[in-house]
Design a protein around this ligand. Sequence first.
Ligand code: FES
Length: 506
Amino acid sequence: MSEPVHIRLRPMGVDIESAKGTPLQDLLFSYGVEFPCGGHGKCKGCRVRVLEGSLPLSPAQEHMLSQAERDAGWRLSCQCTADNLTLELAQWEAQILADTSRFSFTPRTGFGVAIDVGTTTIVAQLLDMSRGEVLAVRSALNPQARFGADIMSRVSAAVEPGGRERLADVIREQIATMIAELLQAAGDPTRTVTDVVLVGNTVMHNLFCGVDVTPLSYYPFEPVSLATVEFTASGLGWEVPGDPPVRFLAGIGGFVGSDVLAGVFATGMHERAETRVLVDLGTNGEIVVGNRDRMICASTAAGPAFEGARIYMGMRAATGAVSAVRIEQNTLVCHVLGNVPPRGICGSGLVDAVANALRLGLIRAGGRFEDGGSSLTLAAPVKISQTDIRELQLAKGAIAAGIRLLTREFGVEPPAVHEVLLAGAFGNYVDTGSARRIGLLPFAAEQIQPSGNTALLGAKMALFAPAGTFDALAKRIAHVSLSELEGFQDIYVDEMIFPGGEPETP
Ligand code: FES
């Protein structure tokens, strides 16, 4: 009988028991890893990086992988067999947004870690606080994803017996691993860490901090607590040199968490006279409207269409995804990530596809296909269905209605907004022209400003800010429940329609 072996997959933290010599393709396929060229060693789409253990290089791999890739431990999983290993999956890496912005700071001594805990991905940076310099970056899939893709399914999993502890354990364990990897990547695993700051949405905050999320499962969806929670690394069971304090920053209210608060701080909108709008486009969309005198915020459940979920051929923005669609000579032309045959479509591709199909008159304002068909082929075999368009209408309707309601509540018309700051990965990868064409962003092109990972930037700035700065800022932003505003239902239904029914020239 073959020797038993153990494989650990990062960033998901999945453990696989198998027999030595089993093709990795067979094992990884059942964990969602795709093999774009069918496992023939011709596309690099199935790359894995060996973090522990070793995988021999075959001639096909030597041909496909550069010397630098081979030296860094990259292998083609379709050409390898099982052994005792820890592997990092390249397919989970695409379009995770870190932050490289410059920011002003007062130097401090020591080394800090800033972490953006997203529902789907986690991004962490190690900083030399005397120079404000980022020494290392790690990103990982949120391991809670195995309990459900969106925040409400995490809440459901957490209210099961033992669920709260399970969800806290997996995220804490993942972040401890990432901090160790940051120190390793910066060349000194024993370096003393002086401060760790985490930001995330309300559910991420509550789950990490071990707060009871039961009240988030029913109306009016108010968290038990969104206050800043401070731990020590050792109190969390982490072995971090220096045993630093670990702070999860306060949220604002409802489903608007410290990721948005950090975004407000990072963009400086709370210090400016002109009115700005900050929008984080995600499964849970968050919107802040305000200036230095007044700020209000709200969240809106957009559903998972922007992440490619619940879409017929939807997928994450990874190898093989149609990520952009343009018009050439009156036909739709697709860009596929990774230079491989198309196998699905991600959120930014879907927005482009629908925007350009509207421009060509292939889709009506109400969302139906002009020819009465049930789908539109983009690049065989990838197509979008009528149901996909409905999902996108729901998502864009929720965001656009949220923007309309919140700007109205603030007392500003969208054309009078000084700047619209788009936060988060989707907001930075989506084509703003397409977003405007489908009516997702009711603003002029020159108003819209993709702003990167403002949550991570804000978390870094929190490492340098005086104590209490973020708590005081949170108190200045009033949370508004959109569903309680007059006309909510009508505006939502109204915003599901695509603007302008006539075909137009792009
Ligand atoms: S699937 Fe392994 S190289 Fe294409």
